[in-house]
Design a protein around this ligand. Structure first.
Ligand code: SAM
Length: 348
């Protein structure tokens, strides 16, 4: 089949899910993966000799932080093949993505992508080379930057509302809230998820622990939802301030921003703030064990681009942090927005 014969299969079902819509909007990220691979000379290197992530990191002068997620994402897209630990070109990459070969399409791809304004792919290539997010100093926390700018803060709040809006109703149903009376959503932004849990479970009292800047936005949401008498705001910095005590402490889309040491530290501190029988509930768009879930691999690279130590991780890793903190993992389940929840219970 030639390029001219190709007709994309028409989509038969209209999109009904907000998250699928986001995936269409973010589809440029998949293009960035391919463009960065061309720019880094990955296909040429693999045409010379297939290799492991470790070998390719050295051969291409990459930083180890993003290489494995990057290669697995390309394998999940079918651009590479992974046999055990070894990556090689797919037949199409071998034919069409090696500069100098007669059927090379990489130049066309680079030209048209720039022409179409494919902004952002330099950031991915840069992060793969240096291991650092584009535009942030290593060690800086991008939230500070976001919150200083009112317009970016509004955008951020609306983005967090959509995440909480997708996950909240399912978390309200899927987890057994009847055995608890209090929860605090740590890094719960303006409380969209907390509000949903409170409306679904009138016996619960909830809280959100977040940066002080969130307080007026949370107050507004609590009033609008009619849960102001059951939703408290705790302003602070979870790296230095004590976490509030509650039956359930939730960390949703929070740990993946942080260095691994801080993830383990927060879980350990949370495990001491829930009572015996209480739980620490973590959710993030975790990686699957086979490392083939393309959207989660892409989200991992996106985290690396926006946060100096961010990435996605498998549930087994979260389990080990919880067990280290003395918690017993009682459940692992899927949530919308590609998230996985891990629930650790403090033994009674
Ligand atoms: C990516 S958002 C997640 C929001 C929400 N939990 C969700 O699942 O959509 C991370 C949240 O953590 C908060 N956060 C980040 N660093 C924090 C810190 N050091 N102390 C308190 N909150 C922090 C941010 O303000 C933000 O609301």
């Amino acid at each position: 089949m030639t390029l001219a014969d190709r007709r994309p299969a028409p989509r038969t079902e209209p999109i009904t899910d907000a998250y699928d819509l986001l995936m269409v909007g973010w589809s440029f990220v998949r293009g960035n993966l391919l463009m960065s691979a061309v720019e880094l000379g990955l296909f040429e290197a693999l045409a010379k000799e297939p290799g492991t992530a470790e070998q390719l990191t050295l051969r291409l002068g990459l930083h180890e932080r993003g290489t494995r997620d990057f290669l697995d994402a390309l394998a999940a897209l079918g651009v590479l093949r992974r046999d055990g630990e070894v990556y090689r070109n797919s037949p199409a990459a071998e034919h069409h993505l090696i500069p100098g070969r007669q059927d090379f399409v990489g130049g066309f791809l680079a030209m048209t992508t720039q022409f179409m304004g494919g902004a952002g792919w330099n950031a991915l290539t840069g992060m793969l080379r240096t291991g650092e997010p584009h535009g942030h100093d290593a060690g800086s926390v991008p939230f500070d930057e976001v919150f200083r700018d009112r317009r970016r803060l509004q955008l951020f709040l609306s983005a967090m509302d959509s995440l909480g809006g997708a996950i909240g109703p399912e978390l309200a149903k899927r987890y057994d809230w009847s055995r608890h009376s209090t929860f605090v959503d740590v890094g719960g932004a303006r409380g969209n998820l907390a509000g949903t849990l409170l409306l679904a479970h009138p016996h619960l009292t909830g809280g959100v622990f977040d940066r002080p800047v969130m307080e007026p936005f949370l107050d507004e949401l609590a009033r609008e939802r009619g849960v102001a008498d059951r939703l408290a705001f705790h302003g602070g910095d979870f790296h230095v301030d004590a976490l509030p005590a509650a039956d359930v402490l939730i960390f949703g889309n929070v740990l993946h921003d942080l260095p691994v040491g801080a993830r383990r530290g927060l879980i350990a501190r949370a495990a001491r703030r829930v009572p015996p029988g209480g739980t620490v509930l973590v959710y993030d768009p975790m990686l699957d064990d086979d490392r083939t879930a393309i959207d989660n691999l892409v989200l991992s690279l996106v985290m690396m681009m926006q946060s100096p130590a961010g990435n996605e991780y498998p549930p087994a890793q979260c389990r080990s942090w919880m067990e280290e903190a003395g918690l017993r993992v009682e459940d692992v389940f899927a949530l919308p927005a590609h998230a996985t929840a891990v629930v650790g219970r403090r033994p009674a």
